[in-house]
Design a protein around this ligand. Structure first.
Ligand code: PMP
Length: 398
């Protein structure tokens, strides 16, 4: 590994060179079935022809101008997002963390301009992941990501999803600005929150004038078989939503969506970004949106999810010494492992299968939304081979 790179990543020892659909090819000529998809980002697979064409066409016209000018692509993509969600307005950034940052700022700003500047507290949950900026790591509250970076920021409260009494008490406090939650916790280990809990939280926030932020950076843009995960449920809509990852199909982009009431607080000069919403990102984002939002794509997610989860549950039943359970929603699937998940990820690579890790000792499957049923079957065969190898390896070690 190069010493010229900061050593912040635990990288798999693969030198990746090119991708095609679900396949990722390394420099040394090997091909891997890719269930990482850039961590739920390459939602249409690698090198999707429509995205390549959109990028190439835009690259010849205009890359970047900054937000000093009107950017037609921003207006088009924002109109699509607004048309498909609770939101009335969008701010574009370049990543999930920036989308979260904007969401948190917008929440505080809303209260400040509405005569309640004391409302600054953000309630977040154990097992969440919101990104790596100071605000995002404080909102997530994961000690591993806060260690060594100075004092924790004021105005962040950490609770657990299951402690309704504590959540109720926190939302009633006159200093609370917003609650931030992932409808399906991704990095935390593919934990899908149920609709009853999400709508309860919505009602609680409404009753006390607190804003609800959904972080759909990982669960959004078709990943669960609906455009956004909260859309599976009635009465669960947020006031603010962070979106990124699959929104650009692999091109860096992030978006903060908000109701008119919240967006109204974000007046000229309140926020900004040099690159956010640049023409390249918008051209790819529009093409990606139109592919993802097709009913065929979302129906495929649901069908492939059924195929994978049924097969995985069967494997868990047959390999109780290796895997504990299957969870998640749509194509955000987690399998809790008995052996260390990193060891299973390495064994999967030996079977030319790429899977992600996750909290609670999970491996995560995040295949592109375009995965075919045949490819899903091939994934299952490789997981079966991986589990069989794990049984031999870890039984021998025991
Ligand atoms: N929120 C969620 C739910 C995420 O999964 C991630 C990234 N894994 C982020 C925010 C941060 O996104 P980024 O890495 O693009 O800043």
């Amino acid at each position: 590994m190069s010493e010229a790179l900061m050593g912040v990543y635990n990288r798999a020892p693969l030198e990746v060179e090119r991708g095609n659909g679900m396949w990722l090819h390394t420099r040394d000529g090997r091909a891997f079935l890719d269930c990482v998809a850039g961590i739920a980002t390459n939602c249409l697979g690698h090198a999707h022809p429509r995205l390549v064409a959109a990028l190439e066409e835009q690259a010849r016209k205009l890359w970047h101008v900054s937000n000093i000018f009107r950017i037609p692509g921003q207006e088009e993509l924002a109109a699509r997002l607004v048309g498909a969600t609770f939101a009335d307005a969008v701010f574009f950034g370049n990543s999930g963390s920036e989308a979260v940052e904007c969401a948190l700022k917008a929440a505080r700003r809303y209260h400040a301009v509405n005569g309640a500047p004391e409302r600054i507290d953000i309630v977040g949950f154990a097992g969440s992941f919101h990104g790596r900026t100071y605000a995002a790591v404080n909102a997530s509250g994961n000690p591993a990501y806060l260690d060594g970076f100075g004092p924790r920021l004021p105005g962040y409260v950490q609770l657990t999803i299951d402690d309704r009494a504590a959540i109720d008490e926190a939302v009633r406090r006159p200093t609370t600005a917003a609650v931030i939650v992932e409808p399906v916790q991704g990095e935390g280990g593919a934990r899908a929150l149920d609709g009853e809990w999400l709508s309860w939280l919505r009602r609680l926030c409404d009753a006390h004038g607190v804003l609800l932020i959904h972080d759909e950076v990982q669960s959004g843009m078709g990943r669960t078989g609906r455009l956004f995960a909260h859309q599976w449920f009635d009465g669960a809509e947020p006031d603010i939503m962070a979106v990124a990852k699959a929104l650009g199909g692999g091109f860096p982009i992030g978006a903060c969506l908000a109701t008119a009431a919240v967006a109204g607080a974000m007046t000229v000069g309140a926020h900004g970004s040099t690159f956010g919403g640049n023409p390249l990102a918008m051209a790819v984002g529009i093409a990606a949106f139109d592919e993802i939002a097709r009913e065929e794509t979302l129906a495929n997610v649901r069908a492939a999810s059924d195929r994978l989860t049924t097969g995985l549950r069967d494997l868990v039943a047959r390999f109780p010494d290796v895997a504990i359970d299957v969870r998640g929603k749509g194509l955000l699937i987690g399998i809790r492992m008995v052996p260390n998940n990193r060891e299973i990820m390495a064994l999967a690579r030996d079977h030319a299968l790429l899977v992600a890790g996750g909290g609670e000792n999970c491996i995560r499957l995040l295949p592109p939304l375009t995965i075919t049923l045949d490819e899903a079957d091939e994934v299952l065969r490789r997981i079966e081979a991986t589990f069989a190898a794990a049984r031999v390896r870890f039984a021998a070690a025991a």
